[in-house]
Write a protein that binds this ligand. Structure first.
Ligand SMILES: *[C@@H]1O[C@H](CO)[C@@H](O)[C@H](O)[C@H]1NC(C)=O
Ligand SMILES: *[C@@H]1O[C@H](CO)[C@@H](O)[C@H](O)[C@H]1NC(C)=O
Ligand SMILES: *[C@@H]1O[C@H](CO)[C@@H](O)[C@H](O)[C@H]1NC(C)=O
Ligand SMILES: *[C@@H]1O[C@H](CO)[C@@H](O)[C@H](O)[C@H]1NC(C)=O
Ligand SMILES: *[C@@H]1O[C@H](CO)[C@@H](O)[C@H](O)[C@H]1NC(C)=O
Ligand SMILES: *[C@@H]1O[C@H](CO)[C@@H](O)[C@H](O)[C@H]1NC(C)=O
Ligand SMILES: *[C@@H]1O[C@H](CO)[C@@H](O)[C@H](O)[C@H]1NC(C)=O
Ligand SMILES: *[C@@H]1O[C@H](CO)[C@@H](O)[C@H](O)[C@H]1NC(C)=O
Length: 610
């Protein structure tokens, strides 16, 4: 290698490490011939589709993935510019202030700092969000102030990607433009689409090593200061501090907007600038959609409402913006209490290093340290409950699904010593535990399943809330199932169930979640969720009892109310009289009233005060 110039090195790396890309060089030249001015993105689909040497078998049976070696680590991150015009590596004003307090760190109710390798530090709301404008109107604000209206976050993201371009495969860079806004909108109706294959297959795309953070929002959303701090923190920490490994997108539901936004570029831009309500600094990273778009792509799925089909816009986003390997679907009513990029990296890393064997079963129990000890003990207990076997070894076969996932390396899962899948990125990462829909009698959507030959007997798991990461591969098979076959299941069941059916890797990294009571008062509540744990499960796939008390007091759950209280107390807002000061926050005597929050907490939901 040493004798070759840097450019040669790069080519050699591509050619030798990833044999898929033989022919790439020639094609990279041809790309400019294919590239038509009206479709700046269509070529990449064609490019990888037509020139992939492994596509030779033009049979009707679908191509399965093979078990491949783990992807090599990316080169070191190159620092990027932040909103203060300085490199983030040289700008203390852009930094979070995290401290160690000389007090015991609170013990999570579920999940584990240790298992996910999450740091345990503390910060005030000012220390965490000050860089993004929290407290900037106060005289005591001692960071340089930013004129946020003058910031173009999309430019900062693009600039960062360019500075780091050498770290990513070409597939990540083929859409090289400074702004999604400046491009014609990529979304289009299928009858007018420039995408060569309306339901492309996983193998038509090369790895890009990038992850989209798709933040759902809608027309009429009232962006409050806290939303602004949150969105800016995601961009700086996940996108800019990682050297472009993530990119933040606002996916805007234009609901009830009377204009056909896709009828012309003018309509679209007018809607974006005037009607979408997106704050100026984020305009360049907004992508608009409406229900007409969903109906046009999924006409036989009679339901497009978010409550049933929250993934449809993200599926279409993956179809039109395939320059990402993974897509996190995030909400505006969530927060991450310390560096968001570091947190998401650890979820991803945990999922990558998790073996496939029993990853489903481990996702169906909660890891409660007070009940079972460390993660290894949890893993052993799940293994014992399954007698060393698993409910999902390779694709879970359904007549309607032609799976894409790889064959297991051994016929019997008991012959695999928790090796399969280690080092492989997860296709679906869920953020809370999963339940078998067949036995979840209390789940209100349990019979909402259509289009399958197996009808309501179709095996399905659901893992609320619908905050998950899905790979492009997973989203494209879901897209195809909806577009071509009109198969549909409820939102929170969609990515995990499709992962099961296709034999794609599923993972639940059990991040720390806290509960509002402590000192023994939480015991009864914990028992009611624990249900005896893996040991008391007759199936090995989750507790036999699927019902549980309401999760109001959890820091992360779909129906939590404590998350808002936690955030309010941290920000120094007055809590209602009957609301106690959250026990996990610290108010050290010597810190004159400052309130500290534990790091690496993902909180949800945090609804606006009305
Ligand atoms: C834990 O994460 C840190 C980065 O925060 C990393 O340097 C370290 O290697 C990780 N440790 C393990 C065991 O993965
Ligand atoms: C700014 O104020 C915070 C406390 O509000 C303090 O921790 C920090 O050290 C100060 N920074 C500078 C540069 O003075
Ligand atoms: C992308 O554009 C930037 C300038 O805007 C340029 O420096 C860079 O080389 C371009 N990358 C590719 C792959 O075309
Ligand atoms: C980037 O956008 C500009 C319009 O702003 C367009 O002229 C140019 O062709 C685009 N470049 C690429 C590589 O898509
Ligand atoms: C394509 O479909 C959309 C909506 O489904 C419709 O509004 C539009 O007129 C159609 N375009 C053509 C060229 O048929
Ligand atoms: C594991 O083996 C025990 C004892 O043979 C049996 O009772 C139990 O049902 C088995 N569990 C599973 C998940 O197969
Ligand atoms: C064990 O599961 C049974 C249902 O199979 C349930 O009735 C019982 O309460 C559970 N035990 C504990 C300790 O939760
Ligand atoms: C879900 O429950 C059904 C009915 O009891 C059972 O047949 C199936 O194996 C279960 N699936 C999983 C993944 O546990």
């Amino acid at each position: 290698m040493g004798v070759l110039a840097p450019v040669g090195n790069r080519l050699r790396r591509i050619l030798f490490n990833r044999n898929v890309f033989i022919g790439l060089v020639i094609v990279y030249g041809l790309m400019f011939i294919f590239l038509s001015p009206s479709s700046p993105w269509a070529y990449e689909v064609r490019f990888f589709g037509q020139n992939n040497l492994q596509t030779s078998a033009a049979s009707s049976s679908r191509r399965r993935m093979t078990n491949h070696p783990p992807l090599p680590a990316l080169k070191p991150r190159v620092p990027c510019y932040g909103p203060r015009g300085k490199l983030l590596s040289e700008s203390p004003d852009d930094e979070l202030e995290e401290v160690n307090l000389n007090i015991p760190f609170p013990k999570p109710w579920t999940g584990s700092y240790e298992a996910l390798n999450l740091t345990q530090t503390w910060s005030t709301a000012q220390g965490r969000y000050g860089a993004y404008g929290f407290g900037e109107t106060a005289n005591s604000y001692n960071r340089s102030r930013v004129d946020w209206d003058k910031i173009n976050w999309q430019d900062l993201q693009t600039q960062c990607l360019h500075r780091n371009a050498h770290r990513f495969p070409l597939a990540a860079l083929t859409t090289n433009n400074s702004s999604l806004l400046q491009m014609p909108p990529r979304f289009s109706y299928p009858n007018e689409s420039k995408i060569h294959n309306l339901a492309p297959q996983w193998h038509e795309f090369g790895a890009t090593r990038r992850t989209a953070l798709v933040v759902r929002t809608w027309r009429g959303y009232a962006y409050k200061d806290e939303d602004m701090h949150y969105i800016r923190s995601l961009i700086v920490e996940a996108s800019l501090r990682t050297g472009g490994e993530y990119q933040v997108i606002l996916l805007v539901d234009m609901h009830n907007h009377p204009v056909d936004i896709l009828a012309s570029k003018e309509n679209y831009l007018e809607a974006l600038r005037v009607d979408a309500g997106v704050p100026k600094e984020f305009l360049g990273m907004a992508v608009l959609w409406d229900s007409q778009l969903l109906k046009s792509w999924y006409p036989d799925i009679k339901e497009h409402r978010t409550i049933f089909q929250v993934y449809q816009p993200t599926q279409l986003f993956a179809l039109h913006y395939p320059e990402f390997d993974h897509y996190w679907q995030l909400e505006l009513d969530m927060r991450i209490t310390s560096d968001a990029g570091a947190f998401l990296d650890q979820l991803s890393e945990f999922a990558r290093m998790e073996p496939r064997k029993q990853s489903l079963e481990r996702a169906m129990f909660q890891h409660m340290q007070p009940r079972i000890g460390d993660y290894e003990s949890f893993v052993s207990a799940v293994d014992a409950a399954n007698n060393g076997s698993t409910h999902a070894w390779g694709p879970l076969r359904l007549p309607d699904i032609d799976p894409i996932g790889p064959e297991p390396p051994t016929a019997d899962p008991r012959d695999d010593n928790f090796k399969w899948g280690v080092g492989e990125d997860a296709d679906v990462i869920v953020t809370s535990y999963c339940t078998n829909a067949s036995v979840a009698y209390h789940w209100q959507y349990r019979n909402w399943i259509h289009g399958f030959q197996t009808g309501k007997k179709t095996p399905m798991i659901f893992c609320p809330p619908a905050i998950m990461r899905s790979s492009r591969n997973a989203l494209l098979v879901i897209h195809e199932a909806q577009h071509v076959q009109a198969l549909r299941i409820p939102s929170e069941a969609t990515p995990p169930s499709f992962a099961l059916w296709h034999g794609l890797k599923l993972s639940f990294p059990q991040h720390p979640v806290f509960y509002w009571a402590k000192n023994g008062a939480e015991d009864e509540f914990q028992d009611a969720w624990w249900k005896g744990g893996p040991k008391n499960s007759s199936t090995g796939a989750g507790p036999d009892v699927t019902d549980h008390p309401r999760g109001w007091g959890l820091s992360y759950w779909w129906q939590s109310v404590w998350s808002r209280q936690l955030y309010d107390a941290w920000e120094g807002r007055q809590l209602a009289e009957d609301v106690g000061f959250p026990w996990i926050l610290a108010k050290p005597e010597e810190a004159d009233g400052k309130v500290y929050m534990p790091s690496n907490l993902m909180m949800h939901p945090i609804k606006h005060h009305t």
